[in-house]
Design a binder for this molecule. Structure first.
Ligand SMILES: Cc1ncc(COP(=O)(O)O)c(C=O)c1O
Length: 407
């Protein structure tokens, strides 16, 4: 892959006197110049509220905003642009489904099927719904290699299962889940499927129509776009059948004293002023990813992940959580080194200019299953290099010696 680093201004800096090595793209990605400039361009030349103005600026902003909807729709293989709802992040997209779809369709005794590897964003909304409705949460366990236990999944599905809410790619283990199988089986018992695509869509080619999922949620900020923009894809016939999530301006047709009527989808679900500039700049992120090519990005990350796994395996007393084959996982590696607390490791690496994540990664249920309070995590993106991986491994080995000596 060509060297993209000059396109990412933030990478060209020193932290604590060392060149920055950013290994936390699973938390949020860095942004190329084109995205940063698009934000500035919007506020410098186009800033106006959308869908309501009758003047030039507002029309321009509305056109640019809707152009992003078109691009997102194409990027994920949706059949219709009205399937694309802009939210503020993936979390809000999932909450939208829990409120609008869940409250209408989930009844006492119904079952919601989750997995032990879900991010809190795809777990807490279902707990709240289950508590409100008297529904039952069930969990697909994971194997010791970090895959979903498919046999258990097959047994957990019943005619009471109304929803399967599953991550496409684990933000801790990196596991890529076999969505086609899961979705076909879930549909066979009449359940709907929500996919948490927050990690996957930035790194894999995703086609929601081929997957046939009912909902797919993700955030722009993990895929080179600005913060404050999320996307919910939903099948149009399902979205049309739902009540609104949030009420307010922009989502209504008529408001009377006692009741209101709603705009058609997607606007019914986009109450209030959205993050207009960020949505418009998000289109540049999608252009950038498409220009490089999702297949090329995937191959690059696979190579980095395999390179890192190969070296990490050689370090004594280092435990890696999740699949050991880069073909079966994204560029995310969680690990622990002896009894060194991941936060201490993170601090030590930070002093060497290396940014990693340490903690429970918003996956406390998974941490319990792994029997650890926290892990250290590195995650790669298109701008990372094998040399950065080597430096990270080198510092990790030094860290081990450092802590062992009790210095
Ligand atoms: C798998 C997964 N789902 C959901 C989220 C939530 O994303 P956001 O905080 O952008 O809503 C994250 C963020 O780390 C994630 O990794």
């Amino acid at each position: 892959m060509k060297n993209v680093r000059p396109d990412f201004p933030i990478l060209d800096q020193r932290v604590h006197g060392k060149p920055l090595i950013y290994l936390d793209s699973a938390a949020t990605s860095q942004k190329p110049k084109t995205v940063i400039e698009a934000l500035s361009h919007y506020y410098s030349t186009m800033n106006a509220n959308i869908h309501r103005g009758i003047y030039y600026l507002s029309e321009e902003a509305t056109i640019a905003f809707e152009k992003t909807r078109r691009k997102v729709s194409e990027f994920i293989g949706a059949k219709e642009d009205r399937s694309i709802i802009f939210t503020h992040n993936a979390t809000e997209a999932i909450n939208l489904v829990a409120h609008a779809w869940g409250r209408k369709n989930i009844k006492e005794g119904d079952e919601i099927l989750l997995t032990h590897m879900e991010h809190h964003s795809n777990l807490v909304p279902w707990q709240l719904l289950a508590q409100e409705k008297g529904a039952v949460l069930k969990y697909i366990p994971i194997t010791k290699e970090g895959f979903l236990d498919i046999e258990r999944f097959n047994n957990l599905l019943t005619d009471r299962t109304k929803l399967l809410a599953v991550t496409h790619m684990s933000n801790v283990l990196g596991t890529i889940n076999p969505l086609s199988h899961l979705i076909t089986k879930a549909h066979a018992v009449g359940a709907k499927v929500l996919v948490d695509g927050a990690q996957a869509v930035a790194h894999l080619k995703v086609n929601v129509s081929e997957l046939d999922c009912d909902f797919y949620a993700f955030s722009a900020h993990k895929m080179l776009g600005p913060t404050g923009v999320g996307v919910l894809y939903g099948k149009p016939e399902i979205l049309e059948s739902l009540p609104p999530f949030l009420g307010g301006g922009e989502m209504i047709l008529e408001v009377h004293e006692e009741y209101s009527t709603w705009k058609p989808i997607p606007y019914k679900f986009e109450a209030g002023t959205p993050n207009i500039g960020a949505v418009i700049a998000f289109a540049k992120a999608l252009d950038y990813l498409e220009h490089i090519g999702m297949d090329v990005i995937r191959e690059h990350e696979k190579a980095l992940t395999q390179h890192a796994l190969y070296q990490l395996k050689e370090i004594d007393h280092l435990t890696i959580y999740g699949p050991m084959d880069a073909n079966l996982k994204g560029g995310v590696i969680s690990f622990n080194l002896e009894d060194i607390h991941p936060h201490d490791l993170g601090t030590l690496l930070d002093h060497e200019g290396i940014a990693i994540r340490a903690g429970h990664h918003c996956a406390q249920v998974l941490m319990k299953k792994l029997n650890v309070p926290a892990t250290a995590r590195v995650s790669f993106y298109l701008y990372n290099t094998p040399q950065e991986v080597d430096i990270f491994i080198d510092i990790l080995k030094k860290a081990r010696r450092y802590f062992n000596r009790g210095l």
